[in-house]
Every structure is written in C-alpha cells, then in structure tokens.
Design a protein around this ligand. Structure first.
Ligand code: ZN
Length: 95
C-alpha cells in the first residue's frame, strides 16, 4: 500500500492521511526557529479548510494564523458546550 502522503507544491507543505483525510503536517523545523511555514500554520487542516481560511484572511485583512487561533478558540467553546449538553442528556433519565 502506498503511503498516504502528498506534497502541496503551491504552499510547500506536506499533507498526511491519518485516517481522517489528507491534512497538513507540521514542518520539521525546531520551535526555536519560530518559522512561519505553511505546514506549521495550517497543521491539522485539510486543503479545502486551508483554502477557506486563506480566503477569510484575505477578506478580513488578517493573517491566517489569526483566523486559525480564533477558530480554534470557538471550537474549544463548542466542545465545552457539547460536553455540557451531553452531561445534561445522559443525566436526563432513561428511555
Ligand atoms: Zn518551518
């Protein structure tokens, strides 16, 4: 079986499939380098998601990193809300 990886030549970043679709993977640079590689900024996103973020960033005049950090924050809030609902649901009695 072929290794499920792909190189994005436009953005110079690797994508890897870990069973959840091809997603960008972090570059191999040390953290201390403080690099701005596409794979580092877009780590964990699919190509389609990355394109959406790039479009949003261009539209809002913000950097992709800013869009991603606010997206991750709202994702976390969503997860917390889900956990709360799940808790209410499971303690809400049996069917
Ligand atoms: Zn890098």
């Amino acid at each position: 079986m072929q290794s499920p990886v792909k190189f994005d030549y436009t953005n110079q970043a690797w994508l890897r499939d870990s069973g959840n679709g091809l997603r960008y993977t972090r570059c191999g640079h040390p953290v201390s380098m403080n690099c701005d590689c596409f794979g580092k900024v877009f780590e964990g996103f699919t190509e389609a998601e990355a394109a959406e973020i790039l479009a949003q960033a261009a539209q809002l005049g913000r950097t992709s990193a800013q869009i991603i950090s606010s997206e991750r924050q709202s994702e976390r809030a969503q997860q917390e809300a889900n956990r709360e609902y799940g808790f209410k649901f499971t303690t809400g009695g049996q069917r």
